[in-house]
Design a protein around this ligand. Sequence first.
Ligand code: GLU
Length: 465
Amino acid sequence: MNPRVRFSPSPTGQLHIGGARTALFNYLFSKHHQGKFLVRIEDTDLERSKKEFTDQICESLNWLGLEWDEELVYQSQRIKLYHEAISVLLKSGNAYQCFASKEELNKIREDTGSYLYPGLWRNKDQKNVALEIQKGTPFTIRLKTPETGETSFDDLIYGSITVSHSEIDDFIIARSDGSPVYNLTNVVDDYDMSISHIIRGEDHIANTPKQILIYKALCWTVPIFAHLPMILGQDKKRLSKRHGATGVQTYRDEGYQSEALLNYLSLLGWNPGTEEEIMSLSKIIDQFDLLKVHKKSAVFDDKKLNWISGQHLGMQANEDILIRIRLIKPNWGKTESNDFCLSVINLMKGRSKSLLDLIENSVYYFQDPTEFNEKVLRKTWKDDTSNIVESVHSILDSMEIWNAELLEDTLKDFMESNELGFGKVMKPVRLAICGRVNGPSLFLIMELIGQSTCIRRINKAIGTF
Ligand code: GLU
């Protein structure tokens, strides 16, 4: 059977890393098995749900390339369906109205020390119910759960999970304002959408037995469950805003590319079992195996994300990178030719962790450096440096052919014949030209930005430092 899975975010915030990983694993599983990936917006909480978050979530999913196969489903448009299910449950005697007030229940909780509902209205006769309805007493609707026995399910990742019915009370399925609760809407929709596998965060494990009881009460086939391990921050606490960027949009705005982020997310709780970690989406789909997802929480590691991101950038065509950079910064490099920009990208892509990183670290290709780090300057520019750089300046000035190879030969000759180390000469020259002391081959940079620019910058440094 080809699976049908869904990602069902609540639009109460933007799509964060955890949600994106859940969406991705659903997507990977469905695509690996030629199934369908659906998206359902769980927007029944009218106070907290916002249209702007729905838009943001969809935009992020689109940006990631996780396209859904059927029309979006909005829970807010399906209230009728939930009420039908509730009425079936009431009619079959699997659910009942409970007229107990909050105060009454609080008092019982205090007295017994238990949060479990003691079944006050479970077996009340219809006369009492009719009387309360006549009085207009507000009521909730509760599921009549079995009093003995247990509910078990085989989670594809966590294995067999069993919960005793003594731990599950007659929980509410519709609030006193008539609105259905998450456990009910979720089940009704998953059934109605013919979802075969429910793949979601491990924080939902506690809901699963209750949901299974609803499936059973409605005589519906229970789907297969797979709960994904949590994602933790470096401090081993659940990943949250405290850990900095957790929204997918933030990563996009910081110039990370979707392929790289997807690749990194795919490794949060899973690995292909080979050394090779840098993978395209189609390769990940090919290799993905839900049964090999780990139980242990995954730790979000910025360094690894940056490494993966850099690897993706390094492999990408320069032309493609230029197009993407211009999507972030339309005027980037417009003062120079396209070929010049492509050469900058070629020099910088292998050492950048994201598009934004590349943009930020390549300013000196287009503009003379104006800011120099005081500490670096003091370390690089010693008493005799100006003299040395002055000699370099006159050598460069007299060169008639300007290319990296010749620059390298000429400057190496100069260093050898004057018995000067590479660092003593090239570091200050680099500082003068680039405003920093590290980067790609200085000879290649010099060839690219040209003789007059190099000489102008060196001149300025000699006069200033
Ligand atoms: N709306 C729920 C959430 O965002 C979905 C839970 C589920 O996948 O069943 O956590």
